[in-house]
Design a protein around this ligand. Structure first.
Ligand code: NZQ
Ligand code: ZN
Length: 388
């Protein structure tokens, strides 16, 4: 293992009715609140009213930032920064999915920063230690943003989707009530399930040695998603399936399986480039790109792909080479994602060859990306072309 530091201070309040913990958690941070949410799902589900009732109980002053986009935009982050500065707010409450929570984190870091918040988002500057504290009420399983320090934001003017990571923007608390995810539509439920699996892959395919426990934890998360997602997509209001998926999402990207290893993240960098150019759902893009990425990886280092197939997809390894097993693993992954309704081609989203060059450019933040198998620009272009 590599040397590592682990720090995660997010308090998780998990289970039915936990929204009523808001009035206990919030006062520690002041009562002038920026309430951040998306395009209206929380109003339809009644969650907005519940949150407002909680905030009224503690006499909070509430200013709202509504309309955060899926694949949240820099312009929205800047609006939030201005609202906090103008109204001297103490706290950000993000009610929604990864997009809402990621925006809250970028706003939190941008408020005390003198320069352009894009410097922080592109990791040119560090998030200040006096970033505004945030709390979250999560409404969709997938990104893990509720218990990590990541924020992914798009500057639509330059078609650049960038991310930063800082413990200074880790949520102080996150409320995870599986019932709040009942209203997540089937397609978004599929995207979330895919995203959770992809987060495990990014850390499972690491460039370090001797991490058997981290890998076994990752395999347990993958097996649990494979067991639960097919049942969940056919029964969206099932509390037990929703709670399992919610916990899966949190544990897949809260630092647990990346301890002591150097993760890959190439698939994510490629997908971020795709959705920065052509606004598609993150999990949908991942479902298309990951198998092609894995094919490339298998052509260079098939052994881990083979291990994944044997341990997670139950492949029989008798008499087979790693390359043969790796091919079967990728086939199993494709069949699984297809069976739950995940997209398989970028052209499903109307993307064509003309956009590939810009996507390739945007994916190459460095000369090479990925760590398990470093990718050159040519490799990325090929993976994207194969994904069309
Ligand atoms: O905008 P609203 O009305 O809330 O609707 C959202 C949105 O349309 C809807 N939704 C969420 N909860 C719902 C619901 N609809 C009905 N009922 C509910 N309970 O679902 C749609 C997608 O929401 P979004 O927040 O965009 O989804 P997700 O959580 O998948 O977040 C995606 C964003 O997170 C980034 C992605 O790149 C993308 O920008 N990521 C963030 C990561 C992190 N912070 O660690 C890691 C990930 O790999 C990812 O890159
Ligand atoms: Zn993801």
């Amino acid at each position: 293992m590599d040397n590592f530091e682990f720090h995660n201070h997010t308090k998780i309040l998990f289970g039915k009715g936990q929204v009523s913990s808001l009035k206990n958690e919030l006062p520690a941070y002041g009562n002038r609140v920026l309430l951040v949410y998306g395009s209206g799902s929380i109003k339809k589900s009644g969650l907005y009213d519940k949150v407002i009732r909680e905030l009224k109980e503690i006499d909070a002053t509430v200013i709202e930032l509504a309309g955060v986009e899926p694949n949240p935009r820099l312009t929205t982050v800047n609006k939030g920064i201005n609202l906090i500065r103008e109204n001297q707010l103490d706290f950000i409450l993000a009610v929604g999915g990864g997009s809402v929570i990621d925006s809250a984190k970028a706003i939190a870091a941008g408020v005390p920063y003198d320069g352009d918040v894009w410097d922080i988002i592109t990791s040119k500057a560090k998030a200040p230690s006096n970033s505004v504290p945030i709390g979250t009420v999560l409404t969709i399983a997938g990104t893990g943003s509720e218990m990590n320090g990541n924020s992914v934001i798009t500057d639509w003017d330059t078609n650049t989707k960038a991310f930063f990571n800082s413990n200074h923007v880790l949520p102080r608390f996150s409320i995870l009530d599986p019932e709040l995810t009942f209203s997540v539509p089937r397609d978004q439920t599929v995207y979330g399930s895919v995203d959770i699996m992809a987060h495990v892959f990014e850390q499972y395919f690491h460039a370090s040695s001797n991490a058997p426990l981290q890998e076994r934890i990752g395999e347990a998360i993958l097996s649990t998603v494979i067991e639960t997602a097919p049942k969940l997509v056919n029964e969206l209001n099932n509390y037990e399936y929703r709670e399992v998926m919610l916990l899966n999402g949190t544990l897949a990207l809260n630092g647990l399986t990346v301890m002591g290893v150097n993760p890959d993240w190439a698939t994510h960098l490629i997908e971020h480039a795709v959705s920065a150019v052509h606004d598609i759902p993150h999990g949908g893009g991942i479902a298309i790109i990951a198998p092609h990425w894995m094919e490339h990886v298998a052509s260079v280092r098939p052994e881990k792909v083979a291990q994944l197939g044997v341990r997670v997809f139950g492949l029989d390894k008798a008499g087979k080479t790693d390359a043969e097993l790796a091919a079967e693993t990728i086939q199993s992954l494709r069949e699984f994602w297809k069976s739950i309704g995940a997209p398989t081609k970028l052209s499903d989203y109307g993307i064509d060859d003309k956009e590939i060059e810009l996507m390739t450019e945007r994916a190459m933040l460095a000369e090479q990306i990925g760590n398990y198998v470093p990718l050159t620009k040519e490799d990325v272009r090929k993976i994207l072309r194969n994904s069309l």
